[in-house]
Design a protein. Structure first.
Length: 114
C-alpha cells in the first residue's frame, strides 16, 4: 500500500502560478490537487484529455466552453478534452479541488488568450 499526505507533497512549478500538487502521477493517470486563494484563478486553457474536477472545499466558478457555473464542496464537474476551461475563486475563502486526468496526457496543455 502506498499512502501520501497532501501537505508532504511539494507545490509544483506551473503556468498558473498557484498551489498545485501532484498527488498521483503514473504513466496511466494523474491526480492533482489545486488550491486557489481568494481572488486567484487559472489561465484559460485546453487539455488534450478528458478531465474530472472534484471540489474538496470552498466555492468557485468553473468555466467550460461557453458555460460558467458556481460550484461548491462535494461537486464533480466533467470537462471533455479539447475544450477551453478555467477556474476562478471569487469567494473570501480558499477553494480546493482535485483534477483527475485519465489517460495521462501525452500532449501539452494549450493556453488561450494570454
Amino acid at each position: 500500500m502506498i499512502t501520501r499526505k497532501l501537505d508532504d507533497i511539494e507545490i509544483m512549478d506551473n503556468a498558473h502560478t498557484v498551489d498545485a500538487r501532484n498527488l498521483y502521477d503514473t504513466a496511466d493517470a494523474m491526480i492533482t490537487v489545486i488550491t486557489l486563494r481568494p481572488g486567484q484563478s487559472l489561465k484559460r486553457h485546453i487539455t488534450p484529455v478528458d478531465v474530472a474536477f472534484y471540489v474538496l472545499n470552498g466555492t468557485g466558478i468553473v468555466e467550460i466552453g461557453d458555460e460558467k457555473r458556481e460550484v461548491d464542496a462535494d461537486t464533480l464537474v466533467e470537462s471533455p478534452k479539447d475544450i477551453v476551461h478555467c477556474w476562478y475563486n471569487e469567494s473570501p475563502q480558499p477553494l480546493r479541488f482535485m483534477v483527475i486526468k485519465a489517460p495521462r496526457p501525452t500532449r501539452k496543455t494549450v493556453f488561450v488568450g494570454a
